[in-house]
Design a protein around this ligand. Structure first.
Ligand code: ADP
Length: 447
């Protein structure tokens, strides 16, 4: 498929654009890693498993802005940054840089892109070669691109060292002589050496002491003004995002869920995931307090098999019950959680039967009389539900638990699904609108 086909397939405009010209246009960007994909796996008949690290994201980075990409660890931020720079091979989608289709470039046009779009990595300890002097490290890209004479290149490196808050005399020193903050200044000088227009900053301060973080962020902001740079700042840290971003894109399990300017995002977030991220910050800092109502409780599901519909629905405190259900949110979530466990067959019936004092299996099957089966259902309810459900729902759930007691897993799951299926699992929410939010609460789907 050509880039233009991909553009059309994934929609030509990005959601939630700020004013100004887009320097980077990302459309439907997708990166799947494949596991169990070796020759050996094929011989064993193992099917490859796709890790959907980035799954169809679209956004623009406008000239001169800092766009933040935020989300919990593992949600695909770094993969997105590396794929859009063509450091990783994309699975699908397109990226235009200053109008040029990045994934179709070769020869001199590709070299020009490699100069213009640079990356600063997270870890200033592993990203610098300990055997190479600071000056040579920064000069390397100038050497590769054959820019200027050797003396001009050295002169430029000395200028850059001063520009990032180091000294020209540091040229001959080695990384081991520098602190984390100083090394990150070297990383930034190295990225700037070839005069790029665009930098991907991948967690640029998360390996540094808090006291040094602000200095590096301020340096990045100054350099942006001086050199007219455009940034994509990747961070899981909301205080970093707030410090220097103009707009923010929030990512969850390979997808974007909200894009907004930085004030709106912090003052009036609309996606339940963004709200939970913002709420989880003070709690994390105040250690134990209110831990039991951590808004981001539960694990991020695996990107190998992400939930259907809205990917956040399995952790969402606002998941939408069916219209006619008359059930409060906490009860509904409890039933959804039970349903997940039934669907995944993550319930140990033997252990629960034993706890109820019931006889073990005989010839592979439970053989309970009616009273024992009732006791089993009661024990299942006590073990699997943390709340007392109101009458109608208690009856429905008991019926499903009855099927479970008979080891009719699929029937129990089907029954719970028929009664309690949410629109959030049936329909993928679209990221649309002036303040784009991919949530059915914000943009109710037509059913
Ligand atoms: P983030 O930057 O948000 O922490 P990443 O982009 O590093 O997230 O990772 C996204 C997902 O892709 C994670 O589940 C991670 O385990 C997976 N992943 C990243 N790199 C690879 C790889 N080379 N092979 C397989 N899976 C990978």
């Amino acid at each position: 498929m050509s880039t233009d086909d991909l553009d059309r397939a994934s929609g030509a405009t990005a959601p939630g654009n700020a004013d100004g010209d887009a320097l980077v246009e990302v459309r439907g960007l997708t990166k799947h890693y494949f596991e169990q994909d070796s020759l050996w796996d094929r011989l064993l008949g193992n099917d490859p498993v796709a890790v959907k690290a980035v799954d169809g994201i679209s956004f623009d980075v406008v000239e001169g802005e800092t766009l933040g990409l935020v989300g919990e660890s593992g949600c695909g931020k770094s993969t997105a940054g590396e794929t859009l720079l063509r450091l990783e091979q994309p699975t699908a989608g397109s990226v235009r840089f200053d109008g040029d289709p990045v994934f179709d470039l070769d020869g001199p046009a590709l070299r020009a892109f490699r100069r213009n779009a640079q990356i600063v990595f997270q870890d200033p300890f592993t990203s610098l070669d300990p055997r190479v002097t600071i000056g040579e490290t920064i000069r390397e890209a100038l050497d590769i691109h054959g820019i200027g004479t050797r003396e001009e290149r050295n002169e430029r490196v000395r200028d850059l060292l001063e520009r990032v808050g180091l000294a020209a005399e540091h040229f001959e020193r080695y990384p081991s002589e520098f602190s984390g903050g100083q090394r990150q200044r070297v990383g930034i000088a190295r990225a700037l050496a070839v005069e790029p227009d665009f930098l991907v900053l991948d967690e640029p301060t998360s390996a540094l002491d808090v006291s040094v973080q602000a200095q590096i962020l301020n340096l990045l902001a100054d350099l942006q003004d001086d050199f007219g740079l455009t940034y994509l700042l990747i961070s899981h840290d909301l205080s970093v995002i707030r410090h220097i971003c103009d707009r923010v894109a929030v990512m969850y399990l390979g997808e974007l869920v909200e894009i907004a300017d930085v004030e709106t995002l912090f003052e009036a977030p609309e996606h339940p995931y963004t709200e939970a991220l913002l709420e989880s910050v003070p709690r994390a800092e105040t250690a134990e307090r209110e831990r039991d109502i951590d808004p981001l409780a539960g694990d991020v599901p695996s990107p190998r098999d992400p939930p259907s519909g809205c990917r956040f629905r399995t952790r969402c405190p606002k998941v939408i019950p069916p219209d006619d259900l008359e059930i409060d949110q906490a009860d509904y979530r409890e039933i959804m959680f039970l349903r997940d466990r039934v669907e995944e067959r993550e319930i140990s019936l033997d252990v629960i039967a034993e706890e109820a004092g019931l006889p073990a299996r005989d010839g592979g099957e439970f053989a309970f009389d009616e009273r024992q089966r009732d006791r089993f259902v009661e024990q299942l309810r006590a073990q699997l539900l943390d709340v007392d459900l109101p009458g109608r729902h208690e009856r429905t759930v008991d019926e499903a638990l009855g099927l479970l007691a008979d080891e009719e897993w699929a029937e129990a799951a089907e029954m719970l699904q028929a009664e309690y299926e949410s629109v959030c699992e049936r329909r993928v929410p679209e990221l649309a609108g002036d303040h784009p939010v991919a949530c059915h609460l914000k943009n109710p789907p037509e059913e």
